[in-house]
Design a protein around this ligand. Sequence first.
Ligand code: ZN
Length: 267
Amino acid sequence: MKATGTLSKMKTTPISPVKYELTLSEVRYDITSLVGQSIRLTHSGNILCQNCGKKTKKSYAQGYCYPCTMKLAECDLCILKPETCHYDKGTCREPAWGLENCFKPHVIYLANSSGLKVGITRKTQVPTRWIDQGATEALPILEVKNRFLSGQIEVIFKKLVADKTDWRKMLRGNPEYIDLQAWKTKLLSELGEHLKAHDYVVLDEPVVKFHYPVDTYPDKVSSFNLDKVNDISAKLMGIKGQYLIFETGVLNVRTHTGYEVTLESLA
Ligand SMILES: [Zn+2]
C-alpha cells in the first residue's frame, strides 16, 4: 500500500487484540495488519490546522494553528482542568459546543496503563479513551451529570491516586496486574467523607481488559518528532495507545495530528 494524507488520531475497535486504523485525510487504513512488516512514513513538511485547514508552521494543542487554539472551546484550559469550567460565568468560548460536549454524562474511572491511575471521560468516549491511553485494564467507578462535576471528583481522587500515565513505561511492556475492583472499594471508603458533598452515582461494572497488537516491546523508548525526522523506515513492532512502535523508536500519532504524511508498506 501507499497513501498520502493528513494524520489524525488512530481509530480503534475494542476487539482482542485492539484493531487500529490509521486515518489519513479521513480515509482509514488497516494498520494492525502491518505489524511485523517494514513500513515507511515520510512527512512532507506541511502541517494543516484541523479546524480552519490553513497551513501552520507549528502544530498547537495536537493539531491546530495558534489562532484556532485561542478561540476553540476544546483548546481552553478548562478541558484539561474540568474543575475550572466557567460556563456558568457566561464565558465559555463556544457555549453550544460546551452544552453538547461538557454537559453530558461523564464517568470517573480507574485504569492500569503504567500503574494505577484515575481519569475522567465523557461516557460516549468509553472505551476509546482507555485504549488511547494504552490501558490493559479499566473500570468505570462513578457517573456524574457533567464534566465540571467529574473534574471536582477527580481532584478528590488525586489525593490518593496518580492521574498521569508514564508513557515510556506503558510502551516498554504490560504493567503488573492491579485489582481495580479492590481499589474501587478502598478508595470509595477512604474518600467517602470528601465525596459526600457531590452528586454522583456509583457504577457496578466489570473490569474491561485490553490486548494490544505488539510483537516485541522495546527495552529503551525513544520517540520520533516529525519536525526533526521526516523519514521513518523501519519494522513496525506493534501499536499501543496512540503510539506506533517501530524497531528504531516510537511515534505518537496523536501529537502529529495535521501532519501531511505518506505511508508505504515496504514488504
Ligand atoms: Zn486554524
